[in-house]
Design a protein around this ligand. Structure first.
Ligand code: SAM
Length: 291
């Protein structure tokens, strides 16, 4: 049986909320420590291969099932499943879908360290036929995002079926979730800065991890980064600039990219920075073919 990714240790916050008649999760009930150490070995199951993961549980409407909350049982993957390839309705910048199985829709966008999920919620209606996933290390925050999406699905049937969230350590396990060339867009919005020099190795953009991101991105796929910490902004730009498989996308080109225009304000962290009048540093790069 495929692994469903359910973390049975997550407390039943939703149950308590629903019992109180609340349909949307309240963020304050899901707060946890601001930072987790991404080098720690956390105790949650990880699929050995992307195909071992039970994606249908997360996107039932795309796998031949009705729109459902994340906690409902997964329908089977098979005939009649909608495809998640880029649709005609998707903005023109979306990369051509890389090879995938005709039967199994594939996730094409990943928001790494998605926090409370603001970007996913904004992207969902812009690319309604594209599956996208948030990947978040903190279990209570992951739970919040899942409940937020479930509430939106209940409120607006037929919408938000293409977004979901997984608890995982993206610095260790991305290739366990995505096959070579699968992703079209990879987002790193306001990643933890790890200020101390001794902790720079914990940064989620570094040369070794860029090799991994290049592996799971399709040629033509895009990596988006933004931060309000100038030193980290320079660091991410330098690492991307010196990597042979990425080329910078100009601001002119980005002006026509709906996803790029969400980077500053779609997420909770971005909104906090904007409220405080903070500056941001954005680096967006395209995955290019090796020569
Ligand atoms: C500063 S917050 C930014 C959240 C969100 N992107 C935003 O802009 O609001 C960074 C997030 O990355 C998550 N994170 C850090 N390391 C991670 C990892 N290795 N894998 C997945 N998530 C991670 C943290 O738990 C935190 O929620």
């Amino acid at each position: 049986m495929p692994w469903t990714g359910k973390d049975t240790r997550v407390p039943g916050v939703q149950g308590r909320q629903l019992a109180q008649g609340k349909s949307h999760p309240r963020k304050r009930l899901y707060r946890s420590r601001a930072h987790s150490n991404p080098l720690n070995d956390s105790h949650f199951p990880v699929p050995a291969h992307p195909q071992d993961f039970d994606w249908a549980t997360y996107y039932p409407a795309f796998f031949g099932g009705a729109s459902a909350s994340h906690d409902e049982a997964a329908p089977s993957t098979s005939a009649g499943a909608a495809t998640a390839s880029t649709s005609a309705a998707a903005p023109a910048d979306a990369a051509a879908p890389p090879a995938g199985s005709a039967e199994q829709p594939l996730v094409r966008f990943a928001d790494v360290g998605c926090g409370f999920g603001g970007l996913l919620i904004r992207l969902s209606p812009l690319y309604p036929d594209t599956l996208m996933v948030g990947m978040e290390l903190r279990d209570r925050v992951t739970e919040y995002v899942k409940e937020r999406i479930a509430a939106l699905r209940r409120e607006e049937p037929g919408k938000y079926d293409n977004v979901s969230c997984i608890r995982t350590n993206a610095q260790k396990y991305l290739p366990n979730y995505f096959a070579k060339g699968q992703l079209q867009k990879l987002f790193f919005l306001f990643p933890d800065p790890h200020f101390k020099k001794a902790n720079h190795r914990r940064r989620i953009i570094n040369t070794t991890l860029l090799d991994e991101y290049a592996y799971i991105l399709a040629v033509g796929g895009i990596i988006y980064t933004i931060t309000d910490v100038q030193e980290l902004g320079d660091w991410m730009r330098d690492k991307l600039e010196s990597h042979p498989l990425f080329e910078r996308i100009s601001d002119d080109e980005l002006a026509a990219d709906p996803a790029a225009n969400l980077l500053e304000t779609a997420t909770e962290e971005g909104q906090k920075v904007a409220r405080n009048g903070g500056k941001t540093w954005r680096s967006v790069y395209r995955r290019i073919a090796s020569t």
